[in-house]
Design a protein around this ligand. Structure first.
Ligand SMILES: C[S@@+](CC[C@H](N)C(=O)[O-])C[C@H]1O[C@@H](n2cnc3c(N)ncnc32)[C@H](O)[C@@H]1O
Length: 419
């Protein structure tokens, strides 16, 4: 490091990744851990996009909105980026991720409701790195912009049940050569997918069985190049969507918190109230579709076979097969056309992070009176919203739902109407 790479900077704003932004040498310095208004001694650590990455060596003038992070690992762990901001600043920043994205697409005058923020210790689904370091096994999130693992100890976002399961599994994982650990807390115990490493031998199986009893594990599955190998199954890992029980396929997508799932589902149901025939696109396991089948006829579309099958079986078992039809289809390659969309009174779509450009283009030329978007990415959502608005929809209201506490991720529900 050279002297010229050290600078005292005044932070002007927060970036989309939670860094403090300051002008430096005609470009932007992204200062990890700094807050707006602060004067900070920084060390420039490298290039970042068309600007510079920087570390905050000393906060010379701290912001009144700075606080002591609740987690001991907050300064380095990449799971959270803004624990050092007080609640007010955190909420303003999180909401601005959405309002700024909307403004960039000319939708800045949209009504955005208050941000709902998940409680601490509520995240029920996670994927963590595993590494053996001497006698110690580290299980944790990656450090910010690094492959280094930060131990999960003291984590304030995962549920207590996940933390107990991790603690119980940790001593076994390094010996078994595991590289990653995927955990989902279901209503019937924890679903575990271990990535990498050799399949456990007899003594490994014995240890996993003991851990499963202590840590309330419902199922353990090994994933390697050869695919999925079931190791242990004490119970089917299940979730209830409305009154319907669904068995989770290994590593299935579920909303990251039960709290957030309820918020999203409530908004979706309120938006489509009165609709007799609803399409649930990017339906997953039927988080929305199975709930909506209680009030309407539903066509659910999902591309992953295991997800679509689990949803179909849940509908069959619960006697809802007549109300919920499941179609397996890739909506990026073959979106529902405007003609196919015509019979629906309402369409719900909840795509992955990249959004649903192709499907939005078909919706934009369809006559569907009510379209509800659920999104985990304000940027791709705003792009798709622009397509719908250009097609004549009115973007009525957006509800931001923060399920990834202290991270830069944000979910939302938005309702579009015609006429
Ligand atoms: C964000 S998840 C939402 C799932 C569900 N709505 C929920 O709330 O649990 C997105 C879902 O879209 C599915 N998916 C991804 N790409 C797809 C595509 N091209 N066509 C159809 N479904 C897709 C994924 O498998 C996943 O289940």
């Amino acid at each position: 490091m050279m002297d010229k790479d050290i600078a005292t900077l005044r932070i002007e704003s927060l970036g989309t990744r939670g860094d403090g932004l300051a002008p430096w040498r005609g470009a932007t310095a992204y200062v990890d851990g700094a807050l707006p208004g602060e004067r900070v001694e920084t060390r420039i650590t490298g290039r970042r996009g068309d600007g510079f990455a920087a570390a905050a060596d000393k906060i010379v003038e701290p912001s009144p909105e700075r606080r002591q992070p609740p987690c001991p690992q907050a300064a380095s762990c990449g799971g959270c980026v803004l624990q050092h901001a007080n609640d007010d600043l955190y909420r303003r920043w999180k909401r601005s991720l959405l309002t700024d994205a909307l403004r960039r697409r000319g939708l800045g005058d949209t009504a955005v409701e208050d941000l709902a923020v998940a409680p601490t210790a509520s995240r029920r689904r996670t994927r963590l790195g595993v590494k053996q370091k001497g006698a110690e096994t580290i299980v944790g999130f990656r450090a910010r912009r690094s492959h280094r693992l930060v131990p999960i100890d003291g984590c304030r976002v995962l549920t207590p049940a996940l933390m107990r399961a991790i603690e119980r599994l940790r001593p076994l994982l390094g010996h078994l050569g595991a590289r990653e650990l995927e955990l989902t807390e279901s209503a019937t115990g924890i679903d575990v997918v271990v990535h990498g490493g050799a399949l456990p031998d007899l003594s490994g199986l014995q240890q996993i069985t003991e851990a499963a009893h202590d840590g309330d594990l419902a199922r353990v599955v090994w994933r390697d190049r050869g695919g999925l190998t079931p190791i242990l199954s004490r119970r089917d890992p299940c979730l209830m969507f409305g009154g319907t029980e669904v068995v989770l396929p290994p590593g299935a997508f579920v909303q990251p918190t039960a709290w957030g799932e309820e918020r999203l589902a409530e908004h979706v149901a309120a938006c489509v109230a009165g609709a007799g025939h609803i399409a649930d696109l990017y339906a997953g396991l039927g988080t929305f579709g199975l709930r909506l089948a209680a009030i309407a006829r539903v066509t659910a579309v999902e591309s992953v076979a295991a997800m679509a099958d689990a949803m179909k079986q849940a509908a069959n078992r619960s006697g809802q097969a007549g109300r919920l039809t499941v179609e397996r289809r890739d909506l990026a390659r073959a979106p529902l056309s405007a003609a196919e969309l015509e019979p629906f009174d309402a369409v719900v779509f909840d795509p992955p992070r990249q959004g649903a450009r192709e499907q939005a283009q078909q919706l934009a030329v369809s006559p569907v009176p009510c379209v509800v978007a659920v999104s985990c990415h304000p940027g791709s959502f705003s792009r798709d919203a622009r397509i719908l608005v250009d097609g004549g929809y009115r973007l009525d209201t957006i509800w931001p739902v923060d399920q990834f506490l202290w991270s830069h991720h944000l979910e939302l529900v938005a309702v579009f109407r015609r006429g």
